[in-house]
Design a protein around this ligand. Structure first.
Ligand code: TAP
Length: 487
């Protein structure tokens, strides 16, 4: 793999379209997960940097050049940015692959999706209409969607570029000015994207980035008195802190806190297709996908066939470095690897059968954070592999008795992000899908992380608010109702 063009020195904090030194003078080392070695550094932004970034965003949103852009002009600028991302896709993919460890083919696909976020929301910016509302005689009432002002975005490390696009594109499309805190473990593509946004022509202050540690830069941003809305994707634990900070400030937030998404497989489904899709989706991004379908619930009569097919597929999966371009890369860091191995050790102690394991390719650096994928089954219903988000390449298979049992089991965790129902009985597939409490339900298909046009977000403890589609444009704007009495 060509080494990406990444400066080993930290660039600073991106405010008003310029890199400025971080106030603390401190940096955070960046480790390549496939190598287990430091290859870059980022600035450790602090509360003072966050203050400056929020002030720049406030000036842009209120009276600055950005506030004077019409919806059409904002849309054109987002579309221009999309083209610039596409022009730099290979450079960005190389950075993303080294920073996250993911296979190059996947990093390339991620850049296509990142550009698509700006293309989609570029086209949508001037198509968000208000209503006219029948009211009392002599009155004329309209609603319009107006920006919040300054929106804060705390994003995770699993899809740094895509997550940037997912949260920032709709916020900018609606006219907000953004301050982004990317994850310390992988944030080099968001930093490069900020430079490209400036090159595309976003005016000063429209997009600002403060890299650094969650407990410092992230906490300072989410509790800042002058932000108007927060968008967060990450762990349930930090989600509580974000929501608490938002509550103290009396502002709204969108939380996306992961899932334990079920595939419900009936015996009459196309089992070849189902098991291929399930296995590929599970190892996408080494299982570090909030919408990974990590539970496979199988009708008892088809259980043996399905586990045989999944075991065959999993035994052929191989983890490797980005340039090897295998089925999956390493996980993000040593802590995540240890956490996943903890699940394996406890499953062994509890006697949960391993149906199959994949391999780690020869020639991968011993210091890399590689985990061979595993499929377990039958997993007892109350076992942690059936209820907790592992965030690794691990699939749990559980049998069910009938339709009612399938729905009960599908709804049997705290989460409710995604689900899939596999059956050729259309009535049953629809009945079951409508019984599952999840923000997105596929029938005879599954798209972990896919579909920019499709509203996405959690039910239950997977969070609240919606990203993607037009729903995101509504979530990052507020309705103003104008009531005119004309007599
Ligand atoms: P988190 O700690 O939740 O990290 C997500 C983001 O929040 C990062 O930008 C992080 O910054 C920031 N953050 C951390 N502490 C913060 C605080 N006190 N105030 C404000 N922001 C803060 O996730 P993690 O530790 O990286 O991963 C742990 C687990 O979370 C994973 O095993 C997985 O289960 C889950 N997770 C879920 C998702 C999705 S897509 N739902 C994504 C990532 C992780 P730093 O990175 O600098 O700490």
């Amino acid at each position: 793999m060509n080494k990406p063009i990444v400066s080993s020195a930290a660039k600073g904090v991106f405010i008003n379209n310029k890199w400025v030194p971080g106030a603390s003078g401190k940096t955070v080392p960046v480790v390549a997960p496939a190598e287990g070695q430091v290859f870059a550094a980022i600035t450790a932004g602090n509360a003072e940097d966050v203050d400056r970034a929020v002030a720049a965003a406030r000036a842009a949103a209120e009276g600055g050049a950005w506030s004077r852009f019409s919806a059409t002009e904002r849309g054109r600028l987002l579309s221009k940015f999309a083209l610039l991302i596409a022009d730099h896709a290979e450079e960005l993919a190389l950075i993303e692959a080294r920073d996250t460890g993911k296979p190059l083919k996947q990093a390339r696909a991620d850049m296509v999706a990142t550009a698509r976020y700006f293309e989609y929301y570029g086209g949508a910016a001037d198509k968000v209409h208000g209503d006219t509302i029948p009211f009392l005689p002599g009155f004329f009432v309209t609603t319009e969607h107006v920006p919040y002002g300054v929106t804060a975005h705390v994003i995770p490390w699993n899809y740094p570029a895509q997550m940037f696009g997912r949260t920032v594109a709709p916020a900018l499309a609606m006219g907000n000015a953004c301050v982004v805190k990317p994850a310390e473990d992988a944030c080099l593509t968001p930093l490069r994207l900020a430079e490209l946004a400036a090159e595309a022509g976003f005016p000063e202050g429209a997009l600002n980035i403060v890299p650094g540690l969650g407990e410092e830069a992230g906490a300072a941003l989410s509790s800042h008195r002058d932000i108007d809305f927060i968008s967060f994707t990450g762990s349930p634990e930090v989600g509580v802190l974000i929501q608490t900070a938002a509550a103290r400030n009396h502002i709204g937030c969108t939380l996306e806190l992961g899932g334990k998404s079920p595939h419900v497989v009936f015996g009459d489904a196309d089992l070849d297709t189902a098991t291929s899709v399930i296995s590929n989706a599970m190892v996408q991004n080494a299982g570090q996908t909030c919408s990974a379908g990590s539970r496979v619930l199988v009708e008892k009569a088809a259980y043996d066939t399905v586990v045989q097919a999944l075991a065959d597929k999993f035994s052929k999966l191989t983890a490797g470095t980005p340039e090897m371009d295998r089925d999956l890369g390493p996980v993000i860091n040593a802590t995540q690897k240890k956490r996943i191995e903890g699940f394996f050790a406890r499953a062994e102690d509890q006697g949960v059968p391993v149906l199959a394991s994949g391999q780690i390719a020869e020639g991968t650096p011993a210091e890399g954070f590689f985990v061979a994928p595993r499929v377990y089954g039958p997993v007892p219903r109350a076992n942690e592999l059936a209820t907790l988000e592992v965030f690794g390449p691990v699939l749990a298979v559980l049998p069910f008795d009938d339709e009612a049992d399938a729905v009960r089991l599908a709804n049997g965790t705290d989460y409710g992000l995604m689900a899939a129902v596999w059956s050729h009985d259309g009535n049953r597939a629809l009945r079951v899908s409508r019984g599952i409490k999840a923000g997105q339900v596929y029938i005879n298909a599954f798209g972990a992380g896919g579909g920019i046009e499709l509203p996405f977000g959690g039910m239950k403890k997977s969070g609240h608010g919606r990203e993607k589609g037009f729903a995101a444009l509504h979530d990052c704007s507020q309705i103003r109702t104008t009531i005119t009495k004309h007599g």
